[in-house]
Design a protein around this ligand. Structure first.
Ligand code: SAT
Ligand code: MN
Length: 589
């Protein structure tokens, strides 16, 4: 008798009518074979992969996408639940029957003349009871290779699934890369995603945002855990102890830099466990434990350099894992290396821009696309935590939330307790960035940095957070940070990057009860001189400004929060409304 996996492949083959079917085993030889195929294939008139300088960037390939396919397309992303309320005002909704019909129209025969790659993968450490089994099909060799980097691809997934039908089904075809025929449809109740018309990470690597966050958050709601848009790090302190943190920031707000941080403070070290997604469970001892479902980094290239993120540069130049991919960066023709703004101070003289033309600094805004990306294995990372594959995950002591705000939000503050922390996270606003198509620089509400990724009604999601808190015996402390506050002249006031370790040190002191805190309208603040500023040239008044609660700013903020909450009607938990009322009272509103 055919297994559910075999039946799924057969069904996909009938639907897509590919010339060939290739089932991935996850081996290095296979990856080399696929990279060779990609160097000979064209999609949309462009060679899929081009080999880069082996000496400078071992195992690395360059990919240029269609210029219309460079970011997530939130307006084409749908959550297809039986009722619209289940998806919530935070999602685009389509009736599941209608959505499937639409997708079937696109999918029928879409792989004629192509190969269908079948990708079995596990999200999470394969020995973990928290890990999940998945199969994706795709007709893009670029997507297949990217999946090998981002997930644990191979036979182990097939073995774990066995004769069960309990696995995620990801159905993807790059189609004709036409934005008019592009949709990313999620069916949480069926553990299924259908995606057509895009090869871009968040739209096409279905194990990532689609499964690990949108479907994952729904599964977590059903099963009593959390799927979050968070980094996982272990911070080693001078006495050798390691304290584990989660950190949630909207896309392109420095998450990856924080995940691979090289602290300026002596005796401190950051161990990396993940830079984008965390699955969080209540462990047997009643603490929160996090695993990283992913196996690689899909990071924004621009701004990544030896000064801002030296460990990522080492990761990208490491030869451990095959392959590493660069997408929509520029290429330095003098030595065939990838280049992006911030890779070096000087702009190389002979660049091909991300669109494939000779770079002209008078004509082009930038040589690399602002959302150009690298895709690299986490095993290449020299600061990879030895706990990365721990099936239990790592015990969490602190959760850091953040956003990109030029004003209003102070450099750091702490929530008084779990529910205040949930409130603080629910009101996050952030300036939009290039990771999603649309305008850059507007402030939009992005609770828990999950607005584009929560697969069900966000009001219920907030309640789920509150409920999880009730199940946990030793709750982590919750902090809010803003590295991006600017002065009157539009200059960043806080140096950021490696100096952010100073803020983390303060958090650890708070967690260990080594320092007190001052009450304010919005939360607990560092006492005078409590942040270690040794060796940093920063004025006392700048620090005061960075830690100020400006009532005028907060008045505007409260109005935006009320507007956002109003969208969810009575789905907003009563406790969060109470927090908002209290905040208004404290601000004298
Ligand atoms: O969604 S992606 O993973 O493609 C990028 C991001 O927004 O973090
Ligand atoms: Mn992300």
């Amino acid at each position: 008798m055919a297994t559910p996996i075999e039946l799924f492949i057969e069904e996909m083959q009938k639907l897509f009518q590919p010339d060939e079917v290739y089932i991935m085993d996850g081996s290095q030889e296979e990856a080399e074979k696929l990279a060779n195929i990609a160097q000979k294939s064209k999609v949309d008139g462009k060679i899929v992969l081009e080999k880069l300088n082996e000496k400078e960037y071992p195992n690395s390939y360059y990919h240029r996408s269609n210029t219309n396919d460079v970011a997530r397309t939130e307006h084409l992303t749908f959550v297809c639940t039986p009722s619209k309320t289940e998806a919530g005002p935070n999602n685009n909704w389509m009736d599941p029957v209608e959505a499937k019909e639409k997708m079937m129209g696109f999918f029928k025969g879409a792989m004629k003349g192509r190969t269908m790659y079948v990708i079995p993968f596990v999200m999470g450490p394969p020995k973990s009871k928290y890990a999940k089994n998945c199969i994706q099909v795709t007709d893009s060799v670029y997507v297949a290779l990217s999946m090998r980097i981002m997930a644990r691809v191979g036979k182990q997934a097939v073995e774990r699934i066995g004769s069960s039908s309990d696995f995620f089904r990801g159905v993807h075809s790059i189609g004709d890369v036409n934005p008019d025929r592009r949709f990313i449809m999620h069916f949480p109740q069926e553990n299924l995603v259908m995606s057509f018309g895009s090869g871009y990470g968040g739209n096409a690597l279905l194990g990532k945002k689609c499964y690990s966050l949108r479907i994952g958050s729904y599964l977590g709601y059903q099963e009593g855990w959390l799927a979050e848009h968070m980094i996982i790090i272990g911070v080693e302190v001078p006495d050798g102890k390691v304290i584990y943190f989660l950190g949630a920031f909207p896309s392109a707000c420095g998450k990856t830099n924080l995940a691979l941080l090289e602290p300026v403070l002596k005796g401190y070290k950051v161990w990396t466990l993940g830079d984008d997604i965390a699955w969080i469970n209540v462990g047997e001892d009643g603490r929160l434990y996090a695993i990283n479902p992913e196996a690689g980094f899909f990071g924004v290239a621009p701004g990544t350099g030896l000064k801002t993120n030296p460990i990522m540069i080492k990761t990208l130049k490491n030869d451990k894992f095959f392959p590493t991919l660069f997408t929509n960066t520029a290429v330095d023709n003098s030595d065939n290396t990838p280049w992006w703004e911030g890779a070096s101070d000087e702009i190389p003289s002979d660049l091909t821009n991300w669109q494939g033309q000779k770079y002209d600094k008078n004509l082009d805004k930038a040589a690399a696309h602002p959302n150009s990306r690298f895709t690299v294995s986490i095993y290449n990372c020299p600061t990879l935590s030895p706990e990365y594959n721990n099936p239990k995950g790592v015990p969490i002591s602190g959760i850091i939330f953040g956003g990109r705000r030029k004003d209003t939000i102070p450099l750091v503050y702490e929530a008084k307790d779990w529910n205040s922390g949930v409130f603080t996270a629910s009101i996050i606003g952030s300036e939009t960035t290039a990771a999603s198509s649309g305008q850059v620089g507007n402030v939009r509400r992005d609770p828990m940095a999950m607005l584009p990724f929560c697969g069900y009604n966000m009001g219920e999601y907030f309640q789920h957070w509150i409920n999880i808190g009730k199940k946990v015996k030793k709750l982590p402390k919750i902090f809010m940070v803003n590295w991006f506050r600017k002065d009157e002249n539009g200059k960043f006031m806080w140096p950021g990057f490696r100096d952010n370790s100073r803020i983390i040190k303060w958090m650890i002191y708070r967690i260990e009860g080594k320092t007190g805190a001052k009450e304010s309208e919005i939360g607990l603040f560092p006492e005078e001189n409590a942040i270690d500023l040794s060796g940093l040239d920063i004025k006392k008044e700048t620090m005061e400004k960075l830690l100020k609660v400006d009532k005028q700013d907060w008045k505007r903020e409260v109005a935006m929060i009320e507007e956002f909450y109003a969208k969810f009607g009575d789905k907003i938990p009563r406790d969060l409304r109470k927090h908002l009322t209290e905040l208004k009272k404290k601000l004298g509103l």
